[in-house]
Ligand binder design. Structure first.
Ligand SMILES: O=C(O)C1=C[C@@H](OP(=O)(O)O)[C@@H](O)[C@H](O)C1
Ligand SMILES: C=C(OP(=O)(O)O)C(=O)O
Length: 446
């Protein structure tokens, strides 16, 4: 299903210093949730700064199929008129989530907590991704998987229940998608549901639930974890959401400015949620010249303006407990590490194997193609930095937007150009990527 566009190769060429000010698009995680919470509340939710990427648009179409009225009023400015918890419509057609793990898994939670059936499908990448991690707790709450591809994969049909059982659930993997699916199903439960995570993951669902008026309590649990208790059947109040700039997208111009000598770039309004900023912490440890110009609150999240200059980086050890706060940033960190002095060891990366591609393999293969040096051992990745990296290609992107963007960033600082085999997937999370980067002086083109 979906995405059969012919592959579009793209090349990044060694570039002169990058200069200018940029604001990357709205956060993808918050944008998906804005659509979903709009659907689950009665009245009109206003969203400013929505990411208009393919992943979020697919979630929007799914919300419309479940009863929401969704309108676009201008760039990033949308309204969602919802039907409220307990009152969703059964979709007439299969829901196609394209490339989006977040959209599909969060929506499985929504459907599981309602007395409706829905078929979930996606592209070749999403069809390979594990769904049992989400289906297992949802089945415990009373949902039923009536049809599924081998191994609990898409396409699958889920029959929800109008009275989901309140459960106490400890997530077996650090995953905000699993946590969120359980909490979304629990919204329509007659009791209180508890989710415990051993390692805290991004908390956008919890924050948005509180913002929309749900009865939710979050407390620390263990050394790095959290315990979340949600009271079922709240009346969610339609609200206004201002989406801050996505730190996972900001990572690309940020690393590009660090590795291209002489660069001086300001990145505006980036979300500064500590559960999302592991990359920033790591780059600062590597000696990056990053200055916080301004820190303020926008729409309930802290945001920062960052001034980033070309830097002499050095290798570091990245501890496994940092992984959840930078899980999508390892591909671009590995690129930064290739230009650093010394060795960078990234530990505890098992989750990278089940993203849009097996990112551990895609990173290592791509680095080798470009003349850099990477070794995988178990769930760890070690990159031996070199100050000169040849470039090359084509780098295989495996329908993975972050692999595509990371290797284009790499090609701005290699000796020869870097070509990626397909740039189409960049539109899932950062449609303006190429224009924004070329605006800073990056040489990216056919
Ligand atoms: O909840 C979310 O918005 C996300 C959670 C993460 O996935 P996992 O929950 O699989 O770790 C992340 O990789 C993804 O890009 C977005
Ligand atoms: C893993 C990602 O997204 P998703 O799981 O939503 O496909 C990502 O954007 O890097």
């Amino acid at each position: 299903m979906s995405h059969s566009a012919a592959p579009t190769p793209l090349t990044a060429r060694p570039s002169g210093p990058l200069k200018g000010r940029v604001r990357v698009p709205g956060d993808k995680s918050i944008s998906h949730r804005a659509m979903i919470f709009g659907l689950l509340s009665v009245g009109e939710t206003q969203v400013e700064g929505l990411l208009e990427g393919e992943d979020v648009l697919a979630t929007g179409r799914a919300c419309a199929a479940l009863g929401a009225k969704i309108q676009r009023h201008g760039e990033g400015s949308w309204t969602v008129s919802g039907v409220g918890v307990g009152s969703l419509l059964e979709p007439r057609e299969p829901l196609d989530f394209g490339n989006a793990g977040t959209g599909s898994r969060l929506m499985m939670g929504v459907v599981a907590g309602h007395g409706i059936s829905a078929t979930f499908d996606g592209d070749a990448s999403l069809r390979k991704r594990p769904m049992r991690r989400v289906l297992d707790p949802l089945v415990r709450m009373g949902a039923e998987v009536t049809v599924q591809a081998e191994g609990g994969r898409l396409p699958l049909t889920l029959r929800g229940t109008q009275d989901p059982l309140p459960i106490s659930y400890e997530t077996p993997v650090p995953s905000a998608q699993v946590k969120s699916a359980v909490l979304l199903a629990a919204l329509n439960s007659p009791g209180r549901t508890t989710v415990i995570e051993r390692e805290a993951t991004r908390d956008h669902t919890e924050k948005m639930m509180a913002h929309f008026g749900a009865d939710i309590e979050v407390t620390p649990s263990g050394e790095h974890g959290r315990r979340i208790v949600l009271g079922g059947r709240p009346e969610l109040r339609a609200s206004r959401i201002v989406v801050p700039a996505d730190p996972s997208s900001a990572a690309f111009p940020l690393v590009a400015a660090l590795i291209v000598p002489g660069s001086d770039v300001v990145i505006e309004g980036m979300m500064d949620n500590p559960l999302r900023t592991g990359l920033l912490t790591t780059l600062l440890e590597m000696g990056a010249d990053i200055e916080v110009l301004d820190r303020r609150s926008e729409g309930g999240e802290d945001v920062v303006d960052l001034r980033v200059r070309g830097s002499e980086l050095h290798g570091v050890d990245v501890p496994p407990e940092r992984a959840p706060s930078m899980i999508d940033e390892y591909p671009v960190l590995a690129v930064a590490a290739s230009f650093a002095r010394g060795t960078t060891r990234m530990k505890g990366l098992a989750e990278l194997r089940v993203k849009e591609s097996d990112r551990l393999a895609a990173i290592a293969d791509g680095l080798l193609v470009c003349g850099a040096d990477a070794v995988i051992s178990g769930d760890d990745l070690t990159v031996e930095g070199r100050t000169r990296v040849t470039g090359g290609g084509p780098v295989a992107t495996h329908l993975d937007h972050r692999i595509a963007m990371s290797f284009l960033v790499m090609g701005l600082a290699t000796e020869d150009p870097v070509t990626i085999d397909d740039a189409n997937m960049i539109a899932t999370s950062f449609p303006a990527f190429t224009g924004l980067m070329t605006g800073l002086g990056a040489k990216i083109g056919a």
